[in-house]
Design a protein around this ligand. Structure first.
Ligand SMILES: NC(=O)c1ccc[n+]([C@@H]2O[C@H](COP(=O)([O-])OP(=O)(O)OC[C@H]3O[C@@H](n4cnc5c(N)ncnc54)[C@H](O)[C@@H]3O)[C@@H](O)[C@H]2O)c1
Length: 246
């Protein structure tokens, strides 16, 4: 077993999750990069002295798969120091056009999946008396037209984080939320060009963020020097959460 700290990052095949996995590896974590999609082999090799990135295929909606993931981590490494719950999906529509399936699909990944991951993380970290959890929500939890399912799921993630900070603080575990705004990833590249442009125009910065911007915030919250920060929501959104920028 290596002496490096161990991190699990979900949704790590691409986008923000991949940037987080790479950043944590460069910070010295051995990273278990989890995704339901097969991962391309072109993950850049980490810098000298960096940790390893190992892939693990799992669907975070599946209770048994999540339990097996933590069993694998414990068998392989004997502990889990950090968990980043990043996997998430969108199925946008105005509520009068949204199907129950689209509501349920988003709640299942973003809220139920994150809760399942947090429960296993809590069991391991409580036992070892240390750890850090970062849940990726979204600025959209404050409200976004066409995202009644997504915003509700991410509001649930913020509430889950706050409760776990209360429950796990005495066990040396910090739990925080990072709430990104508009970030350039495969998810946002799937938006209609005119929709994407209107979102960029509504940004105080008039720019999109990069996955690495979110990864920096996650790395900050998982650093041993910031463990007194817990239960908080850190916005990485170019100022959009401030309100009307018109
Ligand atoms: N991109 C943005 O502008 C933005 C803004 C705010 C919040 N976020 C949040 O950041 C996170 C990452 O977003 P992204 O833009 O990188 O998305 P993305 O679609 O580029 O990547 C998400 C990854 O999660 C994986 N995934 C989805 N469902 C899964 C499941 N059930 N089990 C395991 N893996 C699963 C996908 O396979 C994919 O690799 C999401 O939670 C998203 O809601 C993104």
């Amino acid at each position: 077993m290596s002496n490096s700290p161990i991190a699990i990052v979900t949704g790590a095949a691409k986008g923000i999750g991949r940037a987080i996995a790479e950043r944590l590896a460069n910070d010295g974590f051995d990273v278990l990069a989890v995704d339901m999609e097969p991962v391309s082999e072109d993950l850049p090799s980490a810098a000298p002295g960096a940790g390893k990135i190992l892939f693990h295929r799992a669907d975070i909606r599946d209770e048994q798969a999540v339990q097996a993931l933590f069993r694998t981590a414990m068998e392989r490494h004997g502990r889990v120091d950090a968990v980043v719950n990043n996997a998430g999906i969108i199925r946008d529509n105005m509520i009068h056009r949204m199907t129950l399936e689209d509501f349920q699909a988003v709640i299942d990944v973003n809220l139920k999946g994150t809760w399942l991951m947090c429960r296993e993380a809590a069991r391991v970290m409580k036992e070892q008396g240390s750890g850090g959890i970062v849940n990726i929500a979204s600025r959209a939890w404050l409200g976004n037209r066409g995202q009644s399912n997504y915003a509700a799921s991410k509001a649930g993630v913020v509430a889950l984080t706050r409760v776990l900070a209360l429950e796990l603080g005495r066990h040396g575990v910090s739990v925080n939320t990072v709430a990104p705004g508009l970030i350039d990833t495969p998810l946002t590249r799937g938006l209609e060009p005119h929709v994407l442009q209107s979102l960029i125009d509504a940004q105080p910065t008039r720019t999109m963020g990069k996955p690495e911007d979110v990864a920096h915030a996650v790395a900050f919250l998982l650093n041993k020097d910031t463990r007194f920060i817990t239960g908080q929501t850190l916005y990485v959104d170019g100022g959009k959460s401030i309100g009307a920028g018109i």
